[in-house]
Design a protein around this ligand. Structure first.
Ligand code: CA
Length: 221
């Protein structure tokens, strides 16, 4: 497995290279978007991309390459770039980690992304049909009456079946003003979504609670 690291801070890059190599990956490290671009024709399985690069914003770089290149991308963002993380995922990043992070956290995310990206695309979720323009979600053909937050949370989970989203991450990605809410609010919305799904299919419970970790959507419905 070959991983391309695009990061201009030497200490971070070295720690990542070391952690990845320790876990059996091959790691190539460059410090600019320009260098990264020149290497993208080589077969890398994943790219770790810093947002604050000397020659280009990582989001702009992602936008630029995304139309032609489907390489899985893990973004490295700073606290101050909080709002932009959502943009990153919309642009097609597969996940993000916030600095400062532990190299171990990054390698775990890398593994998770690779596991998902290597699954055959035939096992797509079809219990849910999403119409993003009308902001509606159908569950086994039946339209769900969801509040704005319920819709956004369920959409987030549907887009990445099997992924575990912590409460913090859900708030981060769904709430417009996260500081005004509390973790409990996520639990309440999840409870409501569950009840609405149960009305349609009392026999199924596609939302999984992962104790101490967060929530995920079952992969094989
Ligand atoms: Ca940087």
């Amino acid at each position: 497995m070959r991983v391309l690291i695009v990061e201009d801070e030497p200490a971070i890059a070295e720690a990542l290279v070391f952690a990845l190599k320790t876990e059996g990956f091959e790691a190539t490290h460059v410090t600019t978007a320009t260098e990264a671009k020149s290497l993208l024709s080589s077969p890398f399985e994943l790219m770790i991309l810093d947002v604050g690069l000397p020659d280009k914003n990582g989001f702009d770089f992602l936008r630029e390459i995304r139309s032609k290149n489907k390489i899985p991308v893990l973004m490295l963002t700073a606290r101050s770039e909080e709002v932009d993380r959502i943009v990153g995922l919309e642009l097609g990043a597969d996940d993000y980690v916030v600095k400062p992070f532990s190299p171990r956290e990054v390698t775990a995310r890398v593994r998770a992304i690779l596991r998902r990206s290597q699954q055959p695309s035939g096992d797509k979720q079809n219990a849910f049909e999403v119409d993003e323009e009308r902001t509606t979600i159908r569950y086994f053909g039946q339209a769900l009456a969801l509040s704005r937050y319920e819709y956004s949370i369920l959409l987030l989970l549907i887009k990445r079946p099997g992924w575990v989203f912590s409460r913090e991450k859900i708030m981060d990605m769904v709430w417009q003003e996260p500081e005004e809410s509390f973790d409990r609010a996520v639990d309440t919305h999840i409870k409501n979504i569950r009840a609405k799904l149960k009305e349609v299919r009392p026999d199924l419970d596609p939302l999984q609670t992962r104790r101490g970790m967060g929530y995920s959507l079952k992969e094989d419905l």
